[in-house]
Design a protein around this ligand. Structure first.
Ligand code: NDP
Ligand code: HSE
Length: 428
């Protein structure tokens, strides 16, 4: 008998699943000896049912979750609606009904994952979400399985396909922000509210999930600091280019002596670093560990087929585990008490762009502010800004969060200085 699944939502990602079942039906059948059948699909209302039928879809569409929860033949429910509610309520109800759950919903996992995981564990059910981080890249299962005997020190990632696509098109093709965003939406990369993509929130959700798999620590979302691409200016991009860097939105999770740190921010990446060549919708997760050393996992971070492929991998994994009778095992079994890093241990090189009056003595004033915090410069550049103003660009040696805050506060207190931007800089 076929293994029956139900889908919640039939948007970009969900509507990619029938394609994979049709194209790869034989391979899927061979993998676990049976057919997979999409038995029911939850959509919003009858208008949506009619629209989908007119478009030639012959699935059994339903408009009430109860039609799925009360169907004893459905073994796996795949949530692809997105957002927090009603997704959370439906997932918990699905687990209560004794069905396994697959989702791609990083918002929900980052904010409520432990509660849902607990519920699944208590009932001996699977709760898998490979597609939630980096779309088509099978990074979560790789961290959970292949890094078991390794100790990860730092994970860096280009984790949002939409913002990376937009940055690439704006820098390489001269597209406007609006053109780049609307194309990313048309291609199915963006979230229903693209604010999450461009403001670093989506990447921060992924960073929070990565911390569980790489470090066994659950970081509350409010402890993942995040900044998006909207603050990056054309001048930042040009100066990065001149100094041998590219700017990308980078997520970081790192274990320091005092604990773990997690953040997302625009970052200067040296052109020689493997992350510098991750363009368009591509994502990459760069792992530094004591065993493997440096490894990078690269692939499409968004889009219908790549994401649907990761969702399907979870479904097939559950099918295998049902056969092996190991289905109650958690997706990620690595868990340690969470310890957050002190500000003294949150370190990076930094890029500062500061506007000053264009007259003698300004570099000395700036140097004094940095010197008081014992921060030394690695590169300094001065450019003309508007009439009577100069733009100073500084790349620092390593500095910590306390030093950063002190320098920012000091610059902001000088009425004739303007701190334009301060971004992290990755070491070579
Ligand atoms: P879409 O917006 O394209 O699809 C979601 C679908 O669910 C829409 O058709 C929506 O209908 C429907 N829906 C929402 N709420 C309900 C509800 N209460 N009842 C029934 N249907 C509902 O999103 P995506 O397919 O792009 O994303 C799905 C999930 O996958 C999200 O969690 C997203 O973050 C995640 N994801 C997406 C990726 C991508 O590349 N797109 C990559 C990785 C993860 P309506 O249009 O009427 O709101
Ligand atoms: N909107 C997300 C992105 C989808 O662009 O990366 C994949 O998680």
């Amino acid at each position: 008998m076929a293994l029956k699944i139900a889908l919640l939502g039939f948007g970009t990602v969900a509507s990619g699943l029938p394609f994979l079942l049709e194209e790869n039906g034989d391979k899927i059948r061979a993998a676990f000896g049976d057919d997979l059948e999409i038995a029911k699909i939850l959509v919003r209302d009858d208008n949506e049912v009619n629209r989908l039928k007119e478009n030639g879809h012959s699935y059994q569409f339903v408009t009430s979750i109860d039609d799925i929860l009360n169907d004893p033949e459905i073994a796996i429910v795949v949530e692809l609606m997105g957002r927090i509610e009603p997704a959370k309520t439906y997932i918990l109800a699905t687990l209560n009904a004794g069905k396994h759950v697959v989702t791609a919903n990083k918002d929900l996992i980052a904010l409520h994952g432990p509660e849902i995981q607990e519920s699944a564990k208590a009932k001996g059910l699977a709760f898998y979400y490979e597609a939630a981080v980096a779309g088509g890249i099978p990074i979560l299962r790789t961290l959970a399985n292949s890094f078991t005997s390794d100790k990860i020190q730092r994970v860096l990632g280009v984790l949002n396909g939409t913002s990376n696509y937009m940055m690439t098109k704006m820098v390489d093709q001269g597209w406007t922000y609006e053109e780049a965003l609307s194309k990313a939406q048309a291609l199915g990369y963006a979230e229903s509210d693209p604010t999450n993509d461009v403001e670093g929130i989506d990447a921060a959700y992924k960073v929070a999930i990565l911390s569980q798999f790489a470090f066994g620590m659950t970081i509350a979302f409010e402890n993942v600091s995040h900044q998006g691409i909207s603050t990056i200016t054309a001048e930042d991009v040009a100066v990065a280019q001149e100094l041998g860097y590219v700017i990308k939105l980078v997520g970081r999770v790192e274990e320091t002596a005092s604990g773990i740190l997690a953040d997302v921010s625009p970052t200067f990446i040296p052109k020689k670093h493997p992350l510098a060549s991750v363009n368009d919708v591509m994502n990459a997760v760069f792992v530094e560990s004591i065993g493997i050393g440096q490894s990078m996992f690269y692939g499409p971070g968004a889009g219908q087929k790549p994401t649907a492929t990761s969702v399907m991998a979870d479904i097939i994994r559950i099918a295998h585990r049902l056969e092996d009778k190991t289905v109650g095992k958690a997706f990620n079994e690595f868990s340690r008490p969470t310890k957050l890093a002190n500000k003294e241990d949150k370190c990076s090189h930094y890029y500062f762009a500061i506007e000053t009056p264009d007259k003698t003595g300004q570099l000395l004033r700036i140097a004094t502010i940095f010197n008081e915090q014992k921060i030394s410069f690695r590169q300094v550049l001065q450019e003309k800004a508007q009439e009577g103003r100069a733009r100073l660009v500084i790349i620092t040696h390593m500095m910590n969060q306390l030093q950063l805050e002190a320098v920012q506060s000091q610059i902001n207190q000088e009425s004739d200085f303007k701190l334009l931007n301060a971004f992290k800089v990755l070491g070579e």
